[in-house]
Design a protein around this ligand. Structure first.
Ligand SMILES: Cc1ncc(COP(=O)(O)O)c(C=O)c1O
Length: 464
């Protein structure tokens, strides 16, 4: 793609918005394709006879909308799939038993929990404190809900206490709250080189600069983190040490200690995303255990109990609690106490443990099925994880594989969606095995993927 120029003829308003809009139109209409490199900013400014600043703002605006991604020193590229579109698509959560088999979304179904919920709602009907769930809470969250949250989080090995806890509307909201309290536009956020896509979208919205830190099969590399801190003077790291998205890796105890040491050395604050932390049977304690004075630990009941409850927990150094509460107030006033009440009852009466065990057993069953069907093909997975990271043979490229799989009936996500530097993304795709309700559809989807891996890609599929 050499000669692309934005079509501005019919546009009005500030020039940078016109250019950003034209970029969006070119991407949606297919004039610009995934991974196309946009003209250097200086060159486009010259050709359009506008200032360099106008083009910079236009590219930033288009990136904010999820159409582009930039890499310092490597140019600006069209994203394969917009992380904004991906996060938005999560909102449309109809789990159909027909149509495409969805290996793209990592959201477990709670279809098996309706009876448990019905019983809990009946118990609640007779509760003398029912009306308090309909009220604003005077002092933030109800103490009982905080105590239940702390009890639940202690299962991970973190010494959680209720006075260091803040309730959120799930982990996604927890991440928003953590970023709101810690970061200002222009700040650098360090992340694993491949990371949870909505964090990239949040960073774009906040005007943060993302800096990717290399990873290996044990997760974030301590030396690379050290060097990133020196290069950027960043103050915050976002990471997923347990069942990493998308690679599935879990950091060892040693790696966690090393990361904590580097963070301490540079005064780095860590946002630790532990949404999958309740799935493994044996796991190392969270990084927050090794660096409690500087870690905001983010968790929720989405993967362990039910995503629709929207109950999340932040555990943080006590000196940060006030500012985290303010960010919760600012973003949603407070999470609905009724939902926190349901989660708390489940934690107190053992239902949470029961449901979490079920999620684990189902995840393990699906991982075993995947191992059997994908057999000799190269992939990373955790026996208790909900997703797997499939390395493609050299004759496949992720985008062609994605399109070919979709034509056969399977939806999945390519590595660049998770990559802070998409042009350096791995030759891999992520398969999420827990979204589909029926095991039969998971088997069918895996068969399609396994057969495809053995075939040669038909590159004409890339021509729309
Ligand atoms: C890595 C990761 N972090 C955070 C979230 C958000 O979880 P929640 O549903 O609790 O908002 C998800 C959900 O898919 C996730 O995969």
């Amino acid at each position: 793609m050499t000669k692309w120029l934005p079509a501005l003829d019919s546009k009005a308003g500030p020039k940078y918005l016109q250019i950003a809009e034209a970029i969006g139109e070119s991407v949606t209409s297919g004039i610009l394709s995934a991974r196309d490199r946009l003209p250097p900013q200086r060159e486009l400014a010259y050709q359009l006879d506008v200032s360099l600043n106008t083009v910079s703002r236009a590219y930033a605006e288009a990136a904010k909308k999820g159409f582009l991604c930039g890499e310092v020193g490597r140019g600006t590229y069209v994203r394969t799939t917009s992380p904004l579109a991906e996060s938005a698509s999560a909102a449309n959560m109809i789990r159909s038993e027909r149509g495409l088999i969805n290996f793209a979304l990592n959201l477990p179904s709670a279809a098996d929990s309706a009876a448990v919920l019905a019983r809990t709602l009946e118990t609640l009907t007779g509760s003398p404190s029912l009306s308090s769930f309909l009220d604003y809470q005077a002092d933030g969250d109800l103490t009982r809900h905080l105590e239940a949250g702390a009890t639940w989080i202690r299962r991970t090995g973190l010494r959680a206490s209720s006075d260091a806890l803040v309730l959120t509307n799930g982990a996604q909201h927890g991440l928003l709250v953590a970023l709101l309290s810690l970061m200002r536009p222009g700040d650098v956020l360090l992340t694993e080189a491949a990371t949870y896509a909505p964090v990239m979208a949040l960073a774009a919205h906040f005007g943060l600069k993302l800096f990717p830190v290399p990873i290996d099969e044990k997760g974030l590399l301590p030396d690379a983190l050290d060097s990133a801190c020196r290069k950027t003077a960043a103050t915050t790291l976002y990471c997923l040490p347990t069942l990493h998205t998308p690679t599935t890796s879990t950091m060892t105890v040693e790696r966690r200690e090393e990361i904590a040491d580097v963070a301490r050395k540079f005064g780095l604050c860590i946002i630790e995303d532990d949404v999958f932390g309740f799935l493994p049977q044996n796991r190392p304690p969270p990084v927050a255990h090794y660096a409690p004075e500087r870690t905001i630990y983010v968790s929720s009941v989405s993967k362990s109990l039910a995503p629709g409850l929207r109950v999340g927990y932040l555990h943080a150094p006590k000196k940060m609690i006030r500012q985290l509460h303010s960010a919760v107030n600012l973003s949603c006033w407070m999470p609905p106490p009724l939902m926190a009440e349901i989660a708390s009852i489940w934690i107190e009466d053992g239902t949470a443990e029961f449901l979490n065990d079920r999620r684990r057993v189902e995840a393990m069953f699906r991982q075993q099925t995947a191992r059997r069907i994908l057999g000799r093909h190269a992939f990373q997975a955790d026996p208790c994880g909900m997703h797997l990271w499939l390395h493609l043979p050299a004759h496949w490229r992720p985008e062609l594989f994605r399109i070919s799989a979709e034509k056969r009936g399977v939806k999945l996500m390519t590595a660049d969606v998770f990559s802070v530097a998409p042009s350096r993304a791995a030759n891999a795709v992520r398969l999420c095995l827990s979204h589909e309700v029926s095991r039969e559809r998971v088997v069918r989807g895996l068969d399609i993927v396994a057969n495809l891996l053995d075939e040669q890609g038909d590159a004409s599929a890339l021509i729309v």
